[in-house]
Design a protein around this ligand. Structure first.
Ligand SMILES: Cc1cc2nc3c(=O)[nH]c(=O)nc-3n(C[C@H](O)[C@H](O)[C@H](O)COP(=O)(O)OP(=O)(O)OC[C@H]3O[C@@H](n4cnc5c(N)ncnc54)[C@H](O)[C@@H]3O)c2cc1C
Length: 467
């Protein structure tokens, strides 16, 4: 702490309150303590924030940035704080700028197939509203019911339907963003195509609150496909065999809208959590969905599954049964997290390397005697190994050496296979040390130049993503 200070905290807070016309400025120590860490992160916050501001309007956002610039205060943008990479945890002495209360769906337009929303709208709520118009919002992270469109845009969230409809970036047509200097800019358009100017919309998608604050999002909605969708389960002897089947289905022209893999330990954890008995079936479980499938698509998928060792194929067109299967996948993380301290990882590899990556993760777990629960969006080559351990010392939040070693081994393997160490959860504070290794010197430097252009005072989510 500085011994000589130019301004007291109360002077800073007074200025903040003057600049925030409608939002709530929270400074009570109890509240701030609670707000320090997000519950899904790895507890990397380094101290209490100075204030948590719940913005209600663009003017509130601009006001927070005005005070932040004046007193050189770091600003941590946050919406629903489900980041798994410590993207929205507090920084000591920071302002946490929450856009959770900016949560209005401003427009759903059936003819244009777009919605215009504020950042705090929950993904599931937008999808539910869109369905009333015969449309749907495609990106469906496992956190669909608890995460926001603003957070999803800022992390370029993926999900289960990415395999067919792309990640969040593929559903974003335009953004309004408040820059660090207070200007609100409009990016993109509401047309389904735009080839004008540099593509700054996509620069801001996935920028993790380091380049500006997203205040409005224009998203693309898809018409609900005709025909019935088919949901199914298939069981395999292990993840390697499952991965080979997934790669073949992806190349078949059947265009599934979900290809999710769960390893034996994950299925066991789910059984315990849900009271189901799937783990009696086999060593790995595949959840699949085909939207508006025809007979040929279905036959092709069934043939590949049978040829590649898929057993006990269970298919349904019943919406209730299909919803129960989707819920199973959504409950996978809480089921695994219930087993102890954990770190959930996120890597993606080229499809042809998925089986090799799955096999490698198993070897790492055996070699380091670790519990690793592996699941993921297999159809995208995207794996989520979750390492679970038991705390030995209640006072310590340190990550055990074997866990650190396992992460390093898995990350390097993913890179060696031509993949990435962040398929969809972004970089945050957890993975920023890997920038140079994944991107190389030149791109690492260009990222810093871009950051300096938009945020020369480095007040927006410093130390995250690129530092
Ligand atoms: C159970 C569970 C399942 C999950 N499943 C998936 C999954 O399948 N796929 C996936 O991709 N992720 C998944 N996640 C991770 C997480 O939900 C996503 O990263 C999500 O997009 C974060 O949204 P949020 O609203 O909680 O954002 P926050 O955690 O609040 O913020 C995330 C990042 O965005 C920035 N940010 C937030 N709001 C703004 C804003 N208005 N302007 C600028 N920057 C902003 C923050 O600074 C931070 O860097 C899962 C998490 C959990 C807990």
């Amino acid at each position: 702490m500085n011994k000589f200070v130019a301004y007291s905290n109360s002077e800073i807070i007074r200025d903040l309150k003057e600049n925030v016309p409608t939002g709530r400025v929270n400074i009570s120590p109890d509240f701030l303590e609670q707000a320090e860490n997000d519950q899904y992160g790895v507890k990397l916050a380094d101290g209490l924030p100075l204030a948590l501001i719940e913005a209600k309007t663009v003017k509130d956002v601009q006001g927070v940035l005005k005070t932040a610039r004046k007193f050189h205060i770091p600003v941590v943008p946050r919406t629903t704080a489900t980041s798994t990479v410590s993207g929205s945890d507090a920084i000591a002495g920071s302002f946490i700028l929450s856009t959770a209360k900016m949560n209005h769906i401003k427009e759903i337009n059936k003819a244009d197939q777009v919605a215009v929303v504020e950042p705090g709208v929950i993904n599931q709520e937008l999808d539910d509203e869109a369905r009333k118009f015969g449309l749907f919002y495609a990106p469906d992270p496992g956190s669909k019911k608890i995460s926001s469109i603003g957070g999803n845009a800022s992390t370029n969230a993926g999900g289960m339907s990415t395999v067919r409809y792309g990640t969040t970036k593929d559903s974003i047509l335009g953004l309004k963003v408040v820059l660090a200097d207070g200007r609100e800019i409009q990016l993109g358009s509401r047309s389904l195509k735009q080839a004008f100017g540099y593509n700054l919309t996509q620069l801001f998608v996935g920028s993790e609150g380091t380049l500006g604050i997203i205040t409005e999002i224009t998203v693309r909605l898809f018409p609900i496909p005709l025909g019935s969708s088919i949901m199914g389960l298939a069981f395999f002897k292990d993840m390697k065999t499952l991965s080979t089947a997934v790669t073949e289905i992806r190349g078949s022209g059947a265009y599934p809208s979900m290809l999710e893999a769960l390893d034996a330990d994950t299925v066991k954890a789910l059984d315990k959590y849900e009271g189901t008995h799937y783990s009696e079936n086999a060593g790995a479980m595949l959840i699949l969905r085909l939207d508006s499938s025809n007979d040929e698509m279905l036959k092709t998928t069934e043939n590949i599954l049978a040829k590649r060792g898929g057993q006990n194929l269970q298919l349904t067109t019943d919406p209730k049964e299909a919803a129960a299967i989707t819920k199973l996948r959504q409950d996978m993380l809480p089921a695994v997290f219930a087993n102890g301290q954990h770190v959930m990882e996120d890597m993606a590899v080229p499809l042809s390397k998925l089986a090799e990556m799955m096999d490698y993760i198993k070897k790492v777990a055996d070699q380091l005697h670790l519990e690793i629960y592996t699941a993921g969006h297999a159809g995208d080559g995207n794996v989520h190994p979750t390492i679970v351990w038991t705390k030995t010392d209640d006072d310590s939040d340190d990550i055990p050496d074997a866990v650190q070693k396992a992460l390093q081994l898995m990350f390097r393997k993913a890179l060696k296979l031509g993949g990435t160490i962040s398929g969809e959860h972004a970089v945050g504070l957890l993975k920023n040390q890997w920038n140079n290794e994944e991107l190389g010197d030149d791109v690492d430097m260009i990222q810093h130049q871009i950051k300096a252009l938009f945020d020369p005072m480095n007040i927006l989510n410093p130390k995250r993503k690129i530092d």
